[in-house]
Design a protein around this ligand. Structure first.
Ligand code: PGA
Length: 252
């Protein structure tokens, strides 16, 4: 582990080892504070971490019974029953395999009629739960965290986002056709994310190498939303060797 710009950076040889380490960090949080509030991410990256957390639950008794979760985002509009919804993803990869209390699970409602109200209420629920103790993040090729796309200013709270072409393209691999990818999403804001006490960001693959270097070393700016993490006091990057490749020139 290296400390770069005040942030912890772990580089693991493979996706499997990266996923195991990420699960250990989340597992340690759960064991140390069994009533933790976790912020959770979806996408391809954390699938291995969830798999390992499920194994830790089944084989090592990792106890989710007092855990509360808030997911970063959800497509809009999209029914939670759709197998592309993040509700479906979370049920499939984690919630249906562990002893989490279903009342303690929160995911923005992609079917909400009153979007503004849904966003305000989501923030209120996070506050009422006492804020997020540990936030897991993936990262988009363009530096989005949650679905906070590059903007002229940092979005503060949960809000409706217009997905950019790059994201629609990247996520089309999960859909039958690119036309099926929703054009909008509800996402926690950058402000909501950086209020978390701890942040663990996962990235793997050579396509993430450039944005990881930019996130850690680039100027902090809303056009690359992930750069805001440089201002957070407790960020851990968990990378595979490919995603860390562009850091080599900096790590001595
Ligand atoms: P991925 O997505 O894990 O599928 O690469 C990450 C993201 O877009 O935040």
């Amino acid at each position: 582990m290296k400390i770069i710009n005040g942030m912890k950076v772990y580089v693991e040889p493979s996706y499997e080892e990266m996923s195991t380490l990420a699960a250990r960090l989340v597992g340690a949080q759960i064991r140390l504070e069994p009533n933790s509030v976790l912020g959770l991410a979806t996408g391809g990256t954390p699938v291995g971490m969830y798999k390992e957390l499920v194994r830790m639950h089944k084989e090592e008794g990792l106890d989710f019974s007092k855990i509360t979760t808030f997911n970063l985002d959800e497509y809009y509009p999209l029914s939670r029953e759709s197998d592309q919804s993040y509700y479906y993803y979370m049920t499939d990869h984690l919630f249906s395999h562990v002893n989490i209390n279903k009342d303690q699970i929160h995911i923005p409602n992609g079917e909400a009629k009153e979007v503004e109200l849904e966003c305000i209420n989501y923030e209120k629920k996070i506050q009422k739960a006492g804020g997020i103790d540990l936030q897991v993040l993936g990262i988009g090729n363009n530096g989005h965290i949650g679905f906070n796309e590059p903007e002229e200013s940092f979005a503060k709270r949960t809000h409706l986002v217009d997905l950019v072409e790059d994201t629609i393209q990247a996520n089309s691999r999960f859909f039958d056709s690119i036309d099926d990818v929703p054009k909008q999403a509800l996402s926690m804001g950058i402000g909501s994310i950086i209020k978390a006490k701890k942040i663990v960001l996962l990235a793997n693959g050579s396509h993430k190498a450039k944005i990881i270097a930019e996130t850690i070393y680039g100027d902090v700016r809303p056009q690359v939303p992930s750069t805001i993490l440089q201002f957070h006091p407790d960020v851990t990057f968990v990378l595979d060797a490919e995603a860390a490749a562009e850091l080599k020139k900096y790590i001595k």
